[in-house]
Design a protein around this ligand. Structure first.
Ligand SMILES: C[S@@+](CC[C@H](N)C(=O)[O-])C[C@H]1O[C@@H](n2cnc3c(N)ncnc32)[C@H](O)[C@@H]1O
Length: 273
């Protein structure tokens, strides 16, 4: 048996609209499942029973559980690259591409040779930087399960990165020209107010930044100097309201630049020691 795809799309989109969800997700899900682009969807007249069943299953799962699309398909795009994503890692955020852009700019300008990505998660930041520079990259995370994902992404993207499982700097040895980090930075008290997609599907370990979201910036502040070469640089992603707090915390470093995200929010701070 066959069903007209246009009819199925309309039925599912109506359900999404009724529940105040974005109907564009329906087309995104169907094109992923049928391995076609969204424009090509319009050229497909019918789906068979099996295709219809799986489309319904994925579209309803997204609708009823709020699972983010990248976790629904275990797949994310970041900095033009493909990543495997699962429940053990933060879904890569578009905002973090600003950190990658900034790091690449300074690596090229200053001919940096070594970089540490602290709190690497899926490895998206380390891999995007490595893919676009010649830098030697060490990436660290406390979570074995996240490191497993990051290693898988290294294979997918065909780059070489070293990894260390470490509670912040505990097992990190040596000095680097550049340290980048997007640490957990949500204040513990704010976690319960996050969108369901984030609160229920990004690991708590990747979100919870302790009191005022500053726990990990404090640790980085206390240890970074010891792990930076003399001409070294620190590039941090920060929460939307943390700029002044973090500039005060790092008042014994030199603030080189504050970079805004696409919404005009200060998102990345650049320091030298
Ligand atoms: C906000 S996520 C960032 C992941 C990735 N860098 C990105 O931008 O998508 C923070 C990461 O910090 C890791 N993390 C949490 N506590 C840590 C600790 N004490 N030491 C090292 N990593 C930690 C989490 O496992 C998580 O992968």
């Amino acid at each position: 048996m066959y069903m007209k795809l246009i009819k199925l799309r309309k039925e599912l989109k109506d359900l999404y609209i009724q529940q105040d969800k974005d109907p564009a997700d329906v087309d995104f899900i169907i094109s992923e499942l049928l391995h076609v682009s969204r424009t090509e969807l319009n050229l497909i007249e019918n789906v068979d029973d099996q295709e219809e069943q799986i489309i319904r299953e994925y579209a309803l799962k997204r609708l009823n559980t709020d699972i983010p699309i990248d976790k629904l398909f275990n797949k994310a795009y970041f900095y033009g690259l493909n990543f495997y994503i699962d429940e053990f890692v933060l879904s890569p955020r578009q905002d973090s591409e600003i950190l990658v852009d900034t790091a690449i700019k300074y690596i090229k300008e200053n001919e940096y040779k070594t970089c540490l990505d602290m709190c690497t998660g899926s490895g998206c930041i380390a891999i995007a930087i490595k893919k676009n520079t010649q830098i030697d990259m060490l990436a660290s995370d406390i979570s074995n399960k996240a490191l497993r994902v990051a290693k898988k992404n290294v294979k997918i993207n065909d780059v070489e990165i070293e990894f260390v499982k470490s509670d912040m700097f505990e097992k990190v040895e040596g000095k680097f020209d550049l340290i980048v980090s997007n640490p957990p930075y949500i204040a513990s008290d704010d976690i319960e107010y996050l969108d369901k997609e984030v609160r229920d599907y990004d690991p708590l370990l990747s979100l919870d930044g302790g009191d005022m979201g500053l726990k990990f910036y404090n640790e980085i502040h206390n240890e970074a100097r010891r792990h930076l070469n003399d001409h070294g640089m620190l590039i941090l992603e920060i929460g939307y309201d943390q700029k002044q707090l973090i500039i005060s915390l790092f008042n014994d470093f030199n603030l080189i630049e504050s970079v805004k995200d696409l919404n005009g929010i200060d998102r990345v701070l650049v320091f030298t020691k």
